[in-house]
Design a binder for this molecule. Structure first.
Ligand SMILES: [Zn+2]
Length: 236
C-alpha cells in the first residue's frame, strides 16, 4: 500500500500523525511517514510510533516494501502492535537521522573531490563510505580531507530538482554510481543539486546547507578488491 513520503519534500520533519494501513510480519504500513526506509546506501530511520493513549511502539528499522513508495516500519522485538485504522503519532530518532543527513550530503561533496566512478557506498550514523574505481596512488587522505572541507566551508544551499527519465537518459554523465542506477519507471527522477559542486540523482535525505556538515575527517582508505578503493569518513 502506498505511503506518502513526507521526508522527500521536507527532510527536517521529525514528527507527524498517520493512520495504520496494514500490520503484518514484515512491519507496519502507514498512510504517510517521516521514516526514511533504508535505500541508496543510507540506513533506515529508527524512532517511535505512539498510540492515542501514549503507549509507545519502538521502531527498530525501516525498510522499503514491495511496491514503489511503500514503507515497512519494523517494530522492536516484543513491541505491542497497533490495529489497522488506528491513528499514531510518529517521531524519528532525530539526532541519528541528522547525523545521517550530514554524512550523506558529505558523500556528495566527497564524490566531487575524488573524481572517479563510484562503485558503492554506505551511510551509517557514525561513519560513511564511498568506493571508487581508481588507482590507490591517487588517494591521499590529507588532501581529500582538506579539499572536501574547503568545499563544505563554502556554505552552499542544496536544492532538489526533478527531471524526466528522458532528460536523464540524455545526460548519462549525471550518474556517477555504477552499481546503483537511479529508480526508473515513475517517469521522473529526483536529483540533488549543490550549485557549483555536484548534481546527481539521489532519493536520500540531505541538509539544506552544506555548511551544516561542519567538516569531515578521513578515517581510512583501503583496497576492497581490484576495482574498489574504499574511502571512509566521519564528521569532524
Ligand atoms: Zn544524496
Amino acid at each position: 500500500m502506498t505511503t506518502e513520503l513526507l521526508f522527500r519534500d521536507d527532510a527536517y520533519l521529525r514528527s507527524a500523525t498517520a493512520r495504520v494501513l496494514a500490520v503484518h510480519e514484515r512491519g507496519i504500513e502507514l498512510d504517510r511517514t517521516v521514516f526514511y526506509p533504508q535505500g541508496g546506501g543510507q540506513m533506515g530511520d529508527t524512532g517511535t510510533l505512539s498510540r492515542a493513549g501514549g503507549e509507545p511502539i519502538a521502531i527498530a528499522a525501516t525498510h522499503k516494501g514491495d511496491g514503489p513508495d511503500t514503507v515497512l516500519h519494523v517494530p522492536a522485538a516484543g513491541a505491542t502492535l497497533p490495529a489497522v485504522g488506528e491513528t499514531l503519532s510518529l517521531a524519528i530518532d532525530w539526532e541519528r537521522r541528522y547525523a545521517l543527513m550530514r554524512l550523506h550530503t558529505a558523500l556528495h561533496v566527497l564524490s566531487c573531490v575524488v573524481v572517479a566512478p563510484v562503485t558503492g557506498g554506505n551511510i551509517a550514523p557514525d561513519k560513511a563510505r564511498l568506493d571508487f574505481d581508481i588507482d590507490m596512488s591517487l588517494l591521499d587522505a590529507a588532501k581529500i580531507e582538506r579539499e572536501t572541507n574547503a568545499l563544505i566551508a563554502r556554505g552552499v544551499e542544496t536544492e532538489t530538482v526533478w527531471i524526466t527519465d528522458a532528460e536523464l537518459d540524455a545526460r548519462p554523465e549525471l550518474v556517477k554510481t555504477m552499481s546503483v542506477q537511479p529508480p526508473r519507471g515513475a517517469g521522473r527522477v529526483r536529483l540533488l543539486r549543490i550549485p557549483g559542486i555536484d548534481l546527481q540523482p539521489c532519493g536520500g535525505t540531505h541538509v539544506r546547507n552544506i555548511g551544516e556538515i561542519g567538516g569531515i575527517r578521513v578515517l581510512k582508505i583501503r583496497s576492497e578488491g581490484r576495482r574498489n578503493r574504499r574511502v571512509e569518513i566521519a564528521l569532524a
